[in-house]
Design a protein around this ligand. Structure first.
Ligand SMILES: O=C(O)CCC(=O)C(=O)O
Ligand SMILES: [Fe+2]
Length: 363
């Protein structure tokens, strides 16, 4: 790279570096050999290293053959911790507009994006780079915009005001994904024997009320082209904190999940949502459904964008294994947890070196 790169440049993020013509990856991003993605050098044998996630047809789920889809759903959550939802009912136009406004946001001049930078983890909007730009010793090749979505009317005035249609488009997208999350959650609870779509009880209504009033966070991830993608990652291995994540990824490959001890690339599928089990659902299901580690590799030519919508119970509520899933054969496997415990845990050390879920396991 022609220019000399200073710490202040790293803090400005990877969009800034890539726009300033970085032709070599700065040391700040170079991972130890054992942590590198290893996907660009070898010509991947697609059948071995990539995967089409189990497909959940949402239209069929809402019809007379629901039970068949519930079986596939529970297999997917047990075996992969990931599935894709097709025929999901979120209008294609809502998705297209969200992708479009997100890329226009990242196309704004750096100064405009930087208005939303904050080190306050609870801020309703937070723009930044890497995973934790204060603590990470090695940076990852990712910029992000985090939007707290609950309660929407309180947070909306804090969201970016440029591009002009940002708030309207992102709020519509947030509402649509919340609706889909609630319907998928009903199916997940039913697949665990904890909810019945044909005969809901006051107890069922109460649990869905808690999810309805739960918290939602959206993260727009921007992965610009990277000069030496073999040496770094867009996101290091992690699991998602909440109950479920609904992920919109574009047509550029990048997402990999841990499956049978290997990193497997998830094949993008247009117009579908990738949904994954988060730490809270693993705990709530007493270990039956798996919150699986995943990571993102980056690309030498193509920019990649993803929008993750993360859903959990309200920030102050406790999550523990459902009493109905604990018995003599299945003893309680996790301690109860809440958001404060999580924040305390991740701020105690470099996040990617730690595994919150492991710390919740009873041995
Ligand atoms: O970009 C992706 O495919 C994954 C993003 C992700 O894992 C996250 O935002 O937690
Ligand atoms: Fe994730």
């Amino acid at each position: 790279m022609a220019m000399e790169i200073k710490e202040t440049d790293f803090q400005k993020g990877v969009k800034h570096l890539s726009e300033n013509g970085a032709s070599k990856l700065p040391d700040k991003y170079i991972l130890p050999v054992s942590d590198r993605p290893n996907v660009h050098k070898e010509k991947p044998d697609v059948s071995k290293s990539s995967l089409r996630l189990p497909v959940i047809d949402f239209g069929v789920l809402q019809g007379p053959n629901r039970s068949r889809v519930l079986d596939s759903l529970s297999c997917a959550c047990e075996e992969y911790g990931f599935f894709q939802v097709v025929n999901h009912g979120v209008p294609v136009e809502v998705i297209r507009r969200m992708n479009d406004v997100s890329s226009r946001f990242f196309g704004l001049p750096y100064e405009e994006r930087a208005k939303y930078m904050s080190s306050d983890m609870t801020s309703p909007v937070r723009y930044g780079t890497s995973l934790n730009q204060i603590k990470d010793s090695v940076f990852c090749w990712r910029d992000f915009l985090k939007l707290v979505c609950t309660p929407l009317s309180d947070v909306l005035p804090h969201w970016p005001s440029t591009p002009m249609d940002f708030r309207e488009v992102a709020a519509t997208y947030a509402k649509e994904t919340k609706w889909l999350f609630l319907r998928i959650t009903e199916a997940i609870l039913e697949s665990l024997g904890l909810w019945d779509a044909t005969a809901t009880t006051p107890e069922d209504d109460e649990i869905m009320k808690q999810f309805n009033e739960g918290s939602q966070l959206m993260v727009v991830n921007c992965f610009p082209p990277c000069p030496e993608p073999d040496l770094t990652l867009g996101m290091p291995p992690h699991s998602d904190y909440g109950f479920l994540t609904l992920l919109l990824q574009d047509q550029v490959r990048g997402l990999q999940i841990q499956h049978k001890g290997k990193w497997i690339t998830v094949e993008p599928n247009a117009d579908s949502f990738v949904v994954n089990v988060g730490d809270h659902l693993e705990i709530f299901s007493n270990g039956r459904y798996k919150s699986v580690q995943h990571r993102v590799f980056v690309n030498p030519e193509k920019p990649r964008l993803s929008v993750a919508s993360l859903h959990s119970l309200a920030f102050n509520s406790m999550v523990g294994p459902s009493p109905k899933l604990i018995d003599e054969r299945n003893p309680r496997r996790y301690k109860d947890t809440d958001f404060a415990t999580f924040l305390e845990y991740i701020s105690s050390c470099e996040p990617k070196k730690k595994n919150f879920l492991e710390s919740r396991k009873l041995t």
